[in-house]
Design a protein around this ligand. Structure first.
Ligand code: VOV
Length: 250
């Protein structure tokens, strides 16, 4: 092992995953007019998110979450933390928010770890890199989110490895990832200093089995097998204004 060399990271848009559970008892008890007013207000907010995305000033997607951990996730990418804070506050002020609880959230910034950069090139001038730092969320059928760390045990401490060792492992990771091109889209949010884990991993796929396959395959790869530590996994199905309204019918 050699002295550690901190890696140059590239950062793009800030990221906020707002997970919500719906208080169905309260929602059902509300009058039809109140529910409609709550939905209209939520749709107004969704239209502002759509306008933001159309102007390429950020991106938003929302999904219905399976299991008991949440019912919905609203995922936002924005240029600044101020905008994420405004979005959070605007959402919390809506009538709809008062029928929900927030069991979980995650804050990070889209990150490229630049293990595979071209020396001499300004990475932010490269359109392929810009596309990955400022991505438009694909709205594929399914989302999978989980936070993760790289281990810091005495025997297996990622941060004590040499740059070359880390580079080799990340190359192998990237090769596996690339074999899922067009089937899995990943957004890696760096969250050191922002949230409780080091990264938030968001995956999109049209077939949910792709999540099971890629995560399983990566478990055999050294960087995940030796160093990966994982938090809760959340999985969901895409929503739009119409399917969200349908989900909220009582
Ligand atoms: C479509 C799948 C896919 C692809 C193509 C892909 C490629 C790449 C490349 C080329 C690179 C390195 C350079 C960069 O671009 O940052 C990374 C980086 C990273 N990845 Fe990845 N990854 C994928 C997918 C993918 C998955 C499924 C996971 C979760 C791991 C698992 O076991 O569950 C993951 C994690 C990460 C992380 C935490 C980092 C940052 C590590 C660090 O130490 O800095 N990733 N990843």
């Amino acid at each position: 092992m050699s002295a550690n060399e901190a890696l140059l990271t590239l950062e793009g848009w800030y990221t906020y995953h707002n997970f919500r559970t719906i208080n169905w008892e309260k929602w059902r008890a509300a009058s039809a007019e109140e529910r409609q007013a709550a939905l209209d207000e939520l749709n107004d907010l969704i239209r502002t998110w759509e306008a933001n995305e159309a102007e390429n000033q950020g991106s938003t997607a929302f999904y219905s979450i399976l299991g008991h951990k949440a019912d919905l996730v609203f995922m936002f990418l924005r240029p600044t933390m101020q905008e994420l804070d405004e979005i959070k506050t605007a959402f919390n002020k809506t009538r709809f928010a008062s029928y929900t609880e927030a069991p979980y959230s995650y804050v990070s910034v889209v990150e490229l770890s630049n293990y595979v950069h071209n020396p001499g090139e300004d990475p932010k001038a490269n359109p392929h890199i810009r596309e990955r730092l400022y991505p438009i969320l694909p709205k594929w059928e399914h989302i999978c989110f989980y936070p993760m760390n790289k281990k810091r045990d005495l025997q297996d401490n990622w941060y004590m490895l040499s740059m070359q060792e880390r580079q080799e492992m990340m190359r192998s990771h990237g090769m596996i990832g690339r074999s899922y091109a067009g089937r899995v889209k990943q957004i890696i949010g760096g969250s050191i200093g922002f949230d409780d884990w080091e990264w938030g991993v968001t995956l999109f796929a049209n077939d949910p089995l792709e999540f099971k396959h890629i995560v399983y395959e990566m478990r055999f790869d050294e960087v995940s097998a030796r160093f990966g530590e994982f938090g809760n996994f959340l999985v969901g199905n895409v929503l739009n204004k119409e399917t969200l309204a349908k989900k909220l019918e009582v």
